[in-house]
Design a protein around this ligand. Structure first.
Ligand code: PNS
Length: 161
């Protein structure tokens, strides 16, 4: 079985992530979306909330599974019997850091990384930008799935930001 991992923070998932997840699901038998549990960096959404949103938006893709992971990505990949990581590349600015991680991961455990160019429609999109725009009341509906837009507006309303 050809199994790939799409890792990230997904705080929250955007249409850019979803595009990469959907396209990967057509290339592999199974795709595992792996949400990093990073105890030193508290996100806007809890890991459970991120997993919930991802599970909701990835429903149309039958061969996509959503999991959380802690520690090294290569250890997670090995435990899941996945030898490939898929990462979206938005622009050249992403490349330096992504290349370093890809080279480290292949050196650590022989886990390969495939870079997938993002759809140009989403090339400027990031979870951080979406959160900032949502925080100040800007329209993020073109950039995130409906369930995410709703959660963002609820979260910022609750926080009174
Ligand atoms: O969405 P992000 O925050 O850009 O995702 C980064 C992620 C989760 C892919 C990266 O931080 C990662 O793989 N972290 C797990 C720890 C690890 O394996 N570190 C060594 C990378 S070479």
């Amino acid at each position: 079985m050809r199994r790939a991992v799409c890792p990230g923070s997904f705080d929250p998932v955007t249409n850019g992530h979803l595009d990469i997840i959907g396209r990967s699901s057509r290339l592999f038998d199974e795709v595992i979306v792996a949400v990093l549990v990073n105890e030193s960096k508290r996100g806007l959404f809890s890991i459970e909330e991120r997993l919930d949103m991802l599970r909701e938006v990835a429903k149309p893709f039958e061969n996509v599974r959503i999991e959380a992971f802690q520690g090294l990505l290569v250890d997670f990949c090995q435990a899941q019997h996945a030898s490939v990581v898929v990462k979206g590349l938005r622009a050249v600015s992403d490349f330096d850091y992504e290349l370093q991680m890809a080279q480290m991961n292949v050196g650590l455990a022989g886990v390969e990384t495939l870079f997938m160019p993002t759809n140009p429609q989403h090339s400027y999109l990031s979870s951080s930008l979406v959160k900032d725009v949502a925080k100040w009341g800007g329209d993020i509906t073109p950039h995130v799935p409906e369930v995410v837009a709703r959660r963002l507006s609820d979260r910022f309303r609750q926080d009174g930001r």
